[in-house]
Design a protein around this ligand. Structure first.
Ligand code: SAH
Length: 466
């Protein structure tokens, strides 16, 4: 290891900044964030630093550098464009054993500044030891996505309770277990989803019950939208919850690649929903979720697309609500958005469509029961979910209620996945084309002028054979 990473407490300590230009200004921001008392030594100041002086945030000494200036400070940064001055700062700091950083001159540094992710009080720092600042930045960007913005607040909540927990659990092992439980469970999750008061309450309650009884705490249900298939389209929150789950209850629509991202040792329960062949009736799914949560499990109810769009998510959480089970709903990219993007068909367009309607094409008892008149409107895009079996009726009714038989129409099969396939035609021709084609579920039907844009905008070329 070339450097020892440490975190310095600079609150109200004097730090010297030699140089008054833009490079110096960039360093000041971090020093101020850490609460340091910054004194800038420079004959002239640039605009940013001059502004900070006016606001009383930093002190300015209009003087050339000399070693004595460093006598009272705990840290020095040199950012002048004069090589001799930079070297003199380095020598003077070294003689006084004060940590020194000369910007962009690694050989004149006794410390270097890492790339940081600031979720104060949580701070993560990344350094490549000067080998590649760009790489450090890229690593930082990855960490940014892994460390939710609310971790700072979570850490503060923990510190509020730290002393009480210490008193309650004398044994360090018991303490560690308590905190692991809190930080990986529903309490932390509540904090991360912005429900700070609820998290504080639950933590206080957990503290009470853990000490007095051994009863299992209530679990929690996460109703998670898994998106249309491509695992890259999951939200960060969906992924985080999937990786904490004790058990996942999933639908047929959830792609294997998405399911793959659920925590390895979570139990997997298939809830089915093939057409007319529901593996578990909806009623039973609702109760299954309740039972699992009552066993203290963290349950991810994973659904294709978005849970609140033709997903019966509303029914499932109504039961949870009745039973007093805590839950969260995590939105997902719905099939219409995913398929349209990946098929190069914008759902609205200034020239072609001012509105878009998501419709279910699942026809109860084989009869068509939709408001066709409202659907068959100009300048409107229609997206039919679950429409494959009714496609002939759908196209016929739309023509019958006034849409042109030449209206461009597309069917997107297994959208956003490697198996995506798009079949285009018109309201008149598509049913016939589909009769002669082997189509695999799930499929989405898009009707509207916007379908023609695909000729220009198609960008996604899936690699797998169908
Ligand atoms: N909640 C889901 C929809 C569930 S209804 C969502 O928001 O996307 C099931 C229907 O969604 C399927 O019949 C099909 O019409 C559509 N669908 C879901 N994923 C799809 C995909 N990858 N490609 C095409 N259609 C899809």
């Amino acid at each position: 290891m070339d450097y020892l990473p440490i975190f310095l407490d600079l609150k109200d300590r004097s730090c010297a900044l030699i140089g008054g230009g833009e490079v110096a200004a960039r360093k000041v921001r971090l020093l101020l964030k850490a609460g340091a008392k910054v004194i800038v030594y420079a004959p002239e100041l640039g605009g940013i630093l001059a502004g900070l002086v006016r606001e009383g945030k930093i002190e300015h000494k209009k003087t050339a550098f000399e070693p004595l200036l460093l006598d009272d400070c705990v840290l020095v940064i040199a950012a002048t464009d004069d090589k001799a001055v930079n070297r003199a700062v380095y020598e003077a700091a070294k003689a006084r054993r004060i940590p020194v950083n000369v910007v962009d001159q690694p050989t004149l540094c006794t410390f270097i500044m890492p790339s940081i992710i600031d979720r104060s009080p949580v701070i993560a720092a990344v350094s490549t030891g000067g080998a590649s600042p760009v790489l450090a930045r890229l690593i930082r960007a990855r960490l940014e996505t892994l460390i939710p913005a609310a971790y700072g607040r979570l850490a503060r909540l923990v510190s509020e309770f730290r002393e009480t927990v210490k008193q309650r659990f004398q044994h360090p092992e018991a303490r560690r277990r308590f905190w692991e439980d809190v930080l990986q469970g529903p309490i932390a999750e509540r904090m991360l989803s912005g429900q700070e008061d609820a998290a504080r309450e639950a933590l206080a309650k957990r503290l009470e019950t853990t000490a007095t009884t051994s009863a299992k705490p209530l679990g929690e249900v996460y109703l998670v939208g898994g998106g249309p298939g491509d695992p890259d389209l999951l939200t960060f929150r969906a992924l985080r919850l999937m990786q904490q789950a004790d058990v996942v209850v999933y639908d047929r629509l959830v792609s294997p690649e998405v399911l793959e991202l659920v925590r390895r040792d979570a139990d997997r329960i298939y809830a089915g929903k093939e057409r007319d062949n529901h593996a578990i009736p909806q009623e039973d799914i609702n109760h299954l979720l309740v039972r699992l949560a009552k066993e203290g499990k963290r349950v991810v109810r994973l659904k294709g697309g978005d849970p609140f769009i033709f997903g019966r998510g509303g029914e499932e959480i109504a039961t949870l609500m009745e039973e007093g089970i805590p839950f969260q709903v995590v939105p997902g990219i719905t099939a219409a958005a995913g398929c349209a993007s990946y098929a190069g068909i914008p759902l609205t367009h200034r020239d072609y469509a001012q509105s878009v309607v998501f419709v279910t094409g699942h026809l109860k008892d084989g009869s068509v029961n939709l408001n066709w008149k409202a659907l068959a409107q100009p300048s409107q895009t229609l997206v039919f979910y679950m429409g494959l079996h009714g496609v002939t009726d759908i196209c016929r009714e739309l023509i019958h209620h006034g849409l042109s038989k030449n209206m461009p129409t597309a069917l997107v099969q297994q959208g956003t996945t490697r198996h995506q396939r798009v079949i285009t035609g018109t309201l008149e021709t598509l049913p016939g084309i589909l009769e002669k084609t082997k189509v695999k579920a799930p499929t989405l039907i898009i009707v509207g002028e916007v379908v023609t844009l695909r000729e220009k905008l198609n960008w996604f070329r899936p690699s797998a054979p169908n």
